[in-house]
Design a protein around this ligand. Structure first.
Ligand SMILES: [Fe+2]
Length: 310
């Protein structure tokens, strides 16, 4: 079975590439290339780019791409109904791509052989002086109020019309493992949400690279980017506030995945998240069913606005 080894990028469409570029610079991404019709941005990590924006009249989420483990994986995916053949990837970074369309119309591509880039310098994590573990001695914390570098793309969340069908489609193509499930409050079934992660055996991966949620409204909920640590979250928070960004929900700590989160709305109304300190797991991690209330998915921090769960 083909296997995703990483989330490679998300793809949006907006009418104003310059406005999107400025927003992503504020959010801590770095420019790679801009053409009249597309914008490519990276994090500090080795993925060539993690965010693609195409120019188009309507602002909308288009989809995402996963990196797969081999050229053979692409051949396997190309043989499935609805897939393109294996094509040269004609965007910056190159490599090879199989283009696919998920239920509900999201574009989900598999890529392999894309050029890797030299990581950008980023400060080390700030040592933390916990009550019983002093890691910082004869040294102070100094955190500038500026964009916090985005290190990598962590995950994205889709609202879909048929949860089971979408999860099966994704698992069949990318070998994802379920990390945790949502059921309605107080019930064990039906499953209405599934966190998915890459299966890299004993190698540690994020608790989820995707969350798929049953919904009446087909849309992206948010895309999420990892920053270095809590100081990075908070200094970015103050910086974005100073730039009149619209706060959506944050700062707080999630229950499922444990991330410290901070959600904002970009100028096009898309929800975008910084996170740090998320759970990492290997293939042995066993999923459980969460059937508490929506509010219980936040352990501490800002209570999500009413439209957060819609
Ligand atoms: Fe998230």
């Amino acid at each position: 079975m083909a296997k995703a080894i990483d989330l490679a990028k998300v793809i949006y469409q907006v009418p104003d590439l310059a406005l999107m570029e400025q927003a992503l610079l504020d959010f801590g991404l770095f420019p790679v290339e801009r053409t009249p019709d597309a914008l490519f941005m990276r994090g500090t990590g080795s993925q060539h780019h993690i965010h693609e924006t195409r120019r188009g009249d309507e602002a909308r989420f288009i989809g995402a791409a996963f990196e797969v483990s081999s050229r053979e994986d692409l051949d396997e995916l190309a043989a499935l109904p609805g897939s393109s053949e294996v094509l040269p990837n004609d965007e910056p970074g190159g490599g090879w791509v199989v283009r696919m369309t998920m239920p509900d119309g999201f574009e989900i591509n598999a890529i392999w052989g894309r050029e890797r880039v030299e990581p950008l310098p980023v400060r080390k994590p700030n040592p933390f002086n916990a009550a019983h573990d002093k890691q910082r001695v004869n040294a102070s914390i100094r955190t500038p109020r500026e964009p916090s570098p985005v290190i990598r793309l962590g995950h994205f969340v889709l609202h879909v019309s048929n949860h089971d069908e979408s999860v099966a489609w994704l698992q069949e193509r990318f070998g994802f493992l379920p990390s945790d499930y949502f059921a309605p409050p107080g019930q064990q079934s039906p499953i209405v949400g599934t966190f998915l992660r890459c299966n890299l055996g004993k190698q540690l991966v994020d608790h989820h690279c995707m969350l798929v949620l049953q919904s009446d409204r087909v849309t992206v909920h948010h895309t999420s980017y990892e920053v270095q640590d809590l100081d990075a979250i908070m200094s970015a928070h103050d910086y974005l506030a100073s730039k009149q960004w619209k706060l959506d929900c944050g700062v707080g700590r999630h229950l499922l995945g444990s991330q410290v989160f901070d959600y904002w709305k970009d100028p096009f109304g898309f929800r975008i998240e910084h996170y740090t300190d998320g759970d990492v797991v290997d293939a042995d991690y066993k999923p459980s069913i969460f059937n508490g209330t929506a509010q219980e998915t936040t352990q501490w921090g800002m209570e999500p606005p009413s439209d957060f769960f819609m």
